[in-house]
Structures are given as C-alpha cells and as structure tokens.
Design a protein around this ligand. Structure first.
Ligand SMILES: [Zn+2]
Length: 58
C-alpha cells in the first residue's frame, strides 16, 4: 500500500472483494462501482471513469 498519512481504507470490504488477477473490463467496472460506495482509498482510474461515463454508469 502507499504511505498516505490517513488512508481511508475499508480493509474489511477489500478482504471480501478482491480484484481478480487479470480482470476483464466488466469486472473492473463492477469492482470500482462497488468500491466507490464502500471505500475511499483510491479513485476510479480516469480511463475507466471515462468508459463508465460513456455507459451512463456514473
Ligand atoms: Zn479501497
């Protein structure tokens, strides 16, 4: 993990929702949508966010 002074990491959620090793785009989208609601440790990557906006998911 990084060394941010106050990581807002929901460790319980992360343990229950592991990103697959080689996630498909769909898996990444679903993971980040769920992650956004559960944890604030990192933002949705810009490229992925653009795809999600195209799909009107965000
Ligand atoms: Zn997180």
């Amino acid at each position: 993990m990084g060394d941010a002074p106050k990581p807002r990491l929901n460790a319980v959620w992360h343990r229950a929702h592991r990103m697959p090793t080689n996630p498909t785009l769909e898996q990444r989208i679903r993971w980040h949508l769920a992650h956004r609601d559960a944890c604030a440790c990192r933002p949705i990557p810009a490229k992925l966010l653009a795809i999600m906006k195209d799909r009107k998911l965000v």
